[in-house]
Design a protein around this ligand. Structure first.
Ligand code: MOS
Length: 752
């Protein structure tokens, strides 16, 4: 049924964003930009300590302050029920499990301890300043060495294998005949800084009906957890999120502020808006955990790997659970080796619970492995590109299954050619330009191809236009546009005739916009809905004596991509959708589709994307600020759905990876545990001046085994391997190996 149209027109085109005009004119409204009648504003008071209890609390001055309508603390919280997050069966996600204000315990700095609701944000903030709290303070644990007794080795996290073991790693690492290398890499905490901070508006329509505007990657997940927590029927909770200004993972789970906003609207008997400040994004919505990763290699002198051991230490909090699966998602999929071992240990510290951040696991994981590969290449005097080709995995290195498609060698070849890799002289400090040290480095990128569950409704009108619906999300990724293109292609009508609706919980089920799955999942469900719609059209045509397709068998009809069906045998027999509907006297025709793939581990094929990054840095030898002057990325993500938005996804991933390599680091005060770098002046992300020339190419070979579009996701792979490519280029330029990110100039001065 999922037969492609005979003359595909829409897919692959560099189509402009369908929502581009709305965005540049400011007409696209984000969650905090809605103003329900009588909306009140919430401001949260945050804990200045990271571990302990609230001993005394006095809110009397706050309650009587000008404009204040409600003050909620752990003493008087509206009662709510602990929801059960179950994203595997279409439910919501929660990383912080403790409900806000549920007791007097403090588990991390910045924890919400009170919410003040007032007629203006200023009054709410003033009210909060009048609350008096006395804390009983304990010494917080902030690092693994302060939390040794909390160490855990989860075998699985959300059904995914965390620890891996294949072959005898220890034996190979003790083998005198082999080249042995062991290195430790550190990555700091990084915090999501989308343009749009998180925000929620809650409006109780009546006792049993609730409307939310929420900046979220998962409207159905918010609907699920909020309905559970407040004892409402799911369908009575409407979550709207038409536009999201970036997310990168921090809007995937339901965080305390969402529950708090609904509680506040209940207590104040009015709609409440709670917009998270940039500062509070540093404790309230998750972050990427810091990691310490130890990579050990045993290799033949020619470079062939005989063993890889990847040990990982990451952090989580006392009030939640998250595992940044660094080893399994990098070493577990990258290189062929008879022995592979991945061990990951998670420590509980008094810092807010971490969460997914663009390529969680793969991103820090590939930093460690891809730097280690570069170090091994240096040690063996093998070209680092050659070393990767020698160890290319023709099958999944752990599951020993074939890949659906893998064109990594083509990505290496094309990238090397575009970059000019053959002109590299291997010796560090051997290349110079205009008095600057020049360094060239490379790394492999990888990210799994995920598909989840989705349902789609396609409504074809008598005028030939179609509305296609799914509770999916556009985080700024281009989903509105790509899903419009896929709909046009699948329905066989021009792209101008399609309106795609998403970002509302009353639409057919859409999965979390995470794991780079939207295009693949929702696209597949679109094809199914289109097939359903076509069946109805074909039946109408076949039964209609007026139709040129009268009595033509359904399987003898094909789509011609012009809003028409045509006989396979006789191309002169053709009927337009609009004519079929008109003659049948129908205003519209509806098609329903769904898609749900079982977990990839159970499939006989492994679905994974790969890519190659080539990076040039230039560094002043006297004042070693690192400038990334050139970057070439070649990605193998299946068929490209939209050349423009696809490029933007990879470009954005590379920019964020450069930020990881050179700038980003969330610093916590060792005395209080509070984030110190909590604005965009102190927490550095790349700006225009940091980014020069980035080239993006795609191999573009379709993966039809994966889905009818042949496409794998692109949202996250761009950031994987990027920081390693930069670090490897910095080593090549300077001879200094920096193994702890970010690579700030002090590290290059200190070691030289
Ligand atoms: Mo992405 S970190 O899976 O939202």
């Amino acid at each position: 049924m999922n037969e492609p149209t005979r003359n595909p027109r829409e897919l692959g085109k560099p189509m402009n964003r369908v929502d581009g005009r709305l965005k540049v004119t400011g007409a696209a409204r984000y969650s905090a930009e809605f103003f329900p009648q009588g909306v009140l504003h919430a401001y949260a008071l945050k804990s200045p300590i990271s571990s302990g209890r609230i001993r005394e609390l006095d809110v009397t001055a706050a309650e009587t302050a000008t404009g204040v309508r409600a003050v909620i603390t752990h003493v008087n919280p509206p009662k709510i029920k602990q929801p059960n997050p179950d994203s595997d069966s279409g439910g919501g996600l929660m990383n912080e499990h403790r409900l806000p204000l549920s007791d007097d315990r403090i588990s991390y700095g910045g924890q919400y301890v009170a919410l003040v609701v007032a007629d203006s944000l200023e009054h709410a903030r003033h009210g909060a300043s009048l609350i008096r709290i006395r804390y009983e303070e304990k010494v917080p644990a902030l690092k693994p060495e302060q939390a040794r007794e909390t160490a855990k080795r989860p075998s699985k996290h959300n059904e995914e294998q965390v620890q891996l073991k294949k072959g005898d790693v220890e034996q190979a690492l003790g083998d005198q005949q082999l080249v042995i290398m062991e290195r430790i890499y550190d990555t700091p905490v990084e915090t999501h800084n989308p343009m749009e901070p998180s925000a929620t508006i809650a409006e109780w329509v009546d006792e049993d009906h609730l409307t939310l505007y929420d900046a979220t990657q998962y409207v159905k997940g918010v609907q699920d957890l909020i309905s559970q927590a407040f004892g409402l029927k799911k369908e009575n909770v409407l979550v709207k999120s038409p536009f999201v200004g970036g997310a990168f993972g921090c809007k995937g789970a339901v965080w305390p502020h969402v529950f708090l906003t609904v509680m506040a609207a209940k207590a104040a008997r009015a709609p409440v808006k709670f917009a998270i400040s940039r500062q509070d994004m540093f404790s309230g919505i998750g972050h990427r955990t810091s990691t310490t990763q130890t990579i050990a290699f045993a290799a033949n002198p020619d470079g062939k790997l005989q063993a890889i051991r990847h040990r990982v230490e990451t952090l989580s909090s006392p009030v939640g659970e998250f595992v940044e699966i660094c080893g399994a998602r990098s070493t577990g999929v990258l290189y062929a080796s008879p022995a592979i071992q991945v061990e990951e240990t998670v420590f509980q510290v008094n810092v807010a619970t971490p969460t997914f951040m663009r390529a969680p696991g793969e991103c820090p994981g590939t930093f460690a492995v891809e730097c280690a590969m570069d170090e091994l290449a240096v040690q063996l005097k093998v070209d680092p590109l050659q070393l990767r080709i020698i160890n290319h995995s023709d099958r999944h290195p752990i599951q020993d299954k074939p890949w659906s498609t893998k064109f990594l060698k083509d990505a290496y070849r094309l990238g090397a050619e575009k970059f000019g890799w053959q002109n590299r002289t291997p010796e560090p400090r051997s290349m110079r330009k205009d008095g600057k040290l020049v360094g060239w480095g490379l790394a492999t990128a990888t990210y799994p191809a995920h598909q989840m569950k989705a349902e789609v409704t396609a409504i074809l009108s008598a005028d030939g236009r179609a509305v296609v619906q799914c509770a999916a999300h556009d985080l700024g990724t281009g989903a509105y546009t790509v899903l419009t293109q896929i709909s046009a292609e699948a329905l066989g009508i021009p792209v101008e005739s399609v309106t795609f609706e998403l970002g509302r919980s009353d639409l057919p089920f859409g999965p979390v916009a995470g794991g780079s799955n939207t295009t693949a999942t929702v696209g597949s469900a679109i094809y199914d809905a289109a097939a359903d719609l076509h069946r109805s059209l074909m039946k109408l045509a076949s039964a209609d004596a007026q139709s040129p397709l009268h009595r033509v068998e359904l399987d003898q009809m094909v789509l011609m991509g012009e809003g028409r069906l045509t006989s396979k045998e006789d191309a002169s027999k053709s009927d337009r959708y609009v004519d079929i509907l008109r003659r049948a006297g129908k205003e519209s025709l509806v098609g329903h589709g769904k898609f749900g793939r079982s977990k990839s581990e159970k499939s006989p094929t492994a679905f994974q994307s790969f890519g190659a990054h080539f990076c040039e840095v230039q560094i002043d030898p006297e004042f070693p600020l690192v400038r990334v002057t050139r970057f070439v990325s070649v990605m193998d993500c299946g068929r490209v759905m939209n050349a423009k938005t696809a490029r933007s996804q990879i470009l954005g991933g590379v920019v964020m990876g450069i930020g990881m390599a050179l700038h980003e680091q969330t610093v916590y005060d060792p005395a209080t545990g509070l984030p110190v770098t909590r604005n965009l002046a102190d927490y550095h992300v790349p700006v225009n001046a940091d980014i020069r020339d980035i080239e993006v190419h795609f191999v573009g070979e379709p993966d039809y085994e994966f889905n009818p579009m042949g496409a794998r996701g692109m949202g996250e792979i761009g950031i994987t391997g990027t920081a390693a490519a930069v670090a490897n280029a910095v080593y090549h330029a300077t001879g200094i190996r920096v193994r702890d990110l970010p690579i700030t100039l002090d590290k290059l001065m200190r070691s030289s």
